[in-house]
Design a protein around this ligand. Structure first.
Ligand SMILES: Cc1cc2nc3c(=O)[nH]c(=O)nc-3n(C[C@H](O)[C@H](O)[C@H](O)COP(=O)(O)OP(=O)(O)OC[C@H]3O[C@@H](n4cnc5c(N)ncnc54)[C@H](O)[C@@H]3O)c2cc1C
Length: 265
């Protein structure tokens, strides 16, 4: 089985600084790491490879520094890293990102399964996985919490929903987006780190695959982030001083009115 795991390099959220003037992220001051939720996709792929054999390709679209993130996945046990890096990809929204990733997957690797994280901790849309599946016209199962069975051609899966779990049967080739519950990501071993260090990451630009130029990067993106704002939260509230039984009754009435006005009860 050939598994492709798209992984995204994101700013280390513990170190994010925002420009107070513009409200945008100061990227130069921020360390980049593998999207933490992608570790679960990588771990799921490695477990499937251990059980059924095969090969795992990790794929990222991002700046050249993203090759470190790919090497991290190789150190965990993935086999091959491909980085799509070119000015032409810059500023891509989820539509253009999923177009570029799906084109690279379709044109370069005969895949059976694609596993993505549930969402990226910066963009946070959760759209890229289903977007790739749509471009490739393959079935997608999102929020997968358990792989219950694989018979060589179909997976039986449990999807996390608001009410509980939904059981699905999905044929290969397909795309799964996985949630944290699926597996605990392993730490790379010393042997894995050495192997990753010795491996080459294949860096591919816009001429490597038959991309449609007008679908790439900012130019190819139908959506724009117009402004990013930090919500103003006021926790001052209204203070009701209670000294007598009568005050308590009034305060309770005030509180109920407050909740009713906001349709909270
Ligand atoms: C604050 C902020 C807000 C944004 N809002 C929007 C918006 O509203 N609409 C919009 O279209 N774009 C938006 N973007 C841009 C968005 O981050 C990028 O377009 C990017 O394409 C991926 O979207 P995402 O981060 O939401 O990924 P998600 O869809 O949340 O990522 C899901 C999974 O897809 C895979 N994946 C995602 N990106 C890559 C990649 N580059 N390489 C390999 N695998 C990947 C990973 O497995 C990841 O776990 C926003 C960016 C920021 C920083």
């Amino acid at each position: 089985m050939h598994i492709v795991v798209p992984i995204k390099q994101v700013p280390d959220t513990a170190k994010v600084k925002l420009d107070p003037e513009t409200g945008t992220m100061i990227r130069s001051e921020t360390d980049a790491v593998m999207n933490p939720l992608d570790l679960y996709a990588v771990e799921t792929a490695i477990r499937l490879k251990e059980q059924y054999g095969g090969k795992i390709t990790v794929l990222s679209m991002g700046p050249s520094s993203a090759h470190r993130t790919l090497k991290e996945a190789l150190a965990m046990g993935c086999d091959e890293g491909v980085l799509l890096s070119d000015k032409a990809f810059a500023g891509a929204d989820t539509w253009a990102t999923s177009y570029a990733l799906s084109t690279a997957i379709r044109e370069s690797v005969p895949y059976d399964l694609i596993i993505t994280g549930e969402r990226a901790t910066d963009g946070d849309t959760g759209q890229v996985g289903p977007g790739i599946a749509a471009w490739l016209n393959i079935p997608v199962a999102t929020y997968v919490a358990r792989i219950e069975n694989f018979d060589g051609t179909r997976f039986t899966l449990a999807r996390l929903t608001e009410e509980g779990y939904e059981r699905l049967s999905v044929p290969l080739p397909c795309l799964l987006t996985v949630v944290k519950e699926i597996a605990i990501p392993r730490l790379p071993t010393l042997k894995g780190i050495k192997r990753a260090r010795a491996s080459e990451i294949s860096i591919r630009g816009k001429d490597a695959f038959p991309f449609r130029d007008e679908y790439l990067g900012l130019r190819g993106s139908p959506t724009r982030v117009v402004k990013i704002e930090t919500p103003q939260v006021s926790r001052k509230g209204e203070v009701l001083v209670i000294k007598t039984e009568e005050d308590l009754e009034k305060a309770a009435e005030e509180f109920v009115r407050f909740l009713e006005e906001r349709a909270l009860i």
